[in-house]
Design a protein around this ligand. Structure first.
Ligand code: DGY
Length: 323
């Protein structure tokens, strides 16, 4: 079978596909294909499977270009807001993602952002490199404590739970959380408190970490009114999807001191940044790299390949997304 991969990925999964006897074509350029380019690439051959990533918008035009022999689009990501699931289901094309293997990496990155913004680490790095460090100072670059402060988790999936675990065990942080589903077991394990209304998490927490998927119901979940509920001393961390936050409202909140800081790995109009964001000192901005460790990206490559191999063998893939 012929398989198309939309972007160069770590080799483990590619090797698995080739060892299974499949022919793999990979977009040779290390960049996102435009919608038109993706369509043209898929029309070049009769691909039985496509391995795509979160920047590829898999809509009806792309599915039609792939043709009726194409049985799966395996997303190289845990998030799948780029996939048109009803259109895929209508054509009998499987959709899969890569959950589990990136939980630790993303949770570590979220905590890194939290510690980095609280202790002003990137800002201090810029200060030091600029040659401004002339003496130790009692009031130099004062940040905020983390230990014992309340962490708000919005979205208690695998990653949100892992962030809460490290924060509670490592930094004695009391946890308040919101999710569509309550977990009494989680509450017992971490002495966490459930808030039925997400607004209460925004009002109570000192640090808020966002872990919801991007859905019509979560788009702009963090808007001007929720930012206004936050303490002036609080920080917002986002490693989920950018459009969960109204970035214009966030820039305004950061500019006028409505909140103390934000640390973002994802952006509303990715890769573009909302004007004003990059001018702020009280933000950390990373380029959607929360899962970007060697080990994790190889594991994602392997799991995406396994999903493809399962479908091409006529089996149910391990990570099928139910629409
Ligand atoms: C995902 O997997 O959805 C992340 O955003 C990228 O690894």
């Amino acid at each position: 079978m012929k398989i198309f991969i939309t972007r160069v990925i770590p080799d483990r999964g590619v090797n698995l596909l080739r060892h299974a006897g499949h022919t793999v074509d990979i977009n040779p350029e290390d960049r996102v294909l435009s919608h038109d380019e993706l369509i043209l690439s898929l029309q070049k051959d009769a691909y039985g499977a496509v391995l795509c990533d979160l920047d590829d918008k898999i809509d009806p035009a792309v599915l039609d270009a792939a043709g009726p022999q194409c049985k799966i689009f395996a997303n190289y990501a845990v998030g799948y807001d780029n996939l048109d699931l009803p259109a895929m289901a209508q054509r009998g094309i499987a959709a899969t993602n890569t959950p589990g293997v990136l939980t630790n990496a993303v949770a570590e990155h979220a905590l890194g952002l939290l510690l980095g913004i609280a202790h002003r680490i990137p800002e201090a790095d810029r200060y030091t490199r600029a040659g401004k460090f002339t003496s130790w100072g009692p009031t130099l670059l004062l940040g905020s404590d983390v230990s014992g402060r309340t962490l708000g988790i919005v979205g208690l999936g695998r990653i949100g739970s892992r962030v809460a675990h490290h924060a509670a065990r490592g930094f004695d942080m009391p946890i308040v959380y919101y999710d569509v589903k309550r977990s009494e077991e989680f509450e017992k394990s971490y002495r966490a408190a459930y808030r039925k209304n997400v607004d209460d998490v925004f009002a109570e927490a000192d640090y808020i970490s966002i872990h919801v998927p991007l859905l019509p119901t979560t788009r702009h979940l963090v808007d001007a009114s929720r930012l206004a509920l936050m303490k002036k001393s609080a920080y917002l961390i986002n490693t989920s999807r950018g459009a969960v936050i109204d970035e214009t409202a966030l820039v305004a909140a950061l500019q006028n001191g409505a909140i103390r800081g934000a640390a973002l790995d994802v952006y509303e109009h990715e890769p573009a940044l909302t004007p004003g964001l990059a001018d702020l000192e009280n933000v950390i901005l990373t380029p959607h790299i929360a899962s970007a460790t060697e080990e994790t990206r190889q594991a994602m490559s392997e799991i995406a390949a396994q999903n493809i191999l399962a479908v091409l063998d006529g089996r149910i893939p391990p990570n099928v997304i139910k629409g």
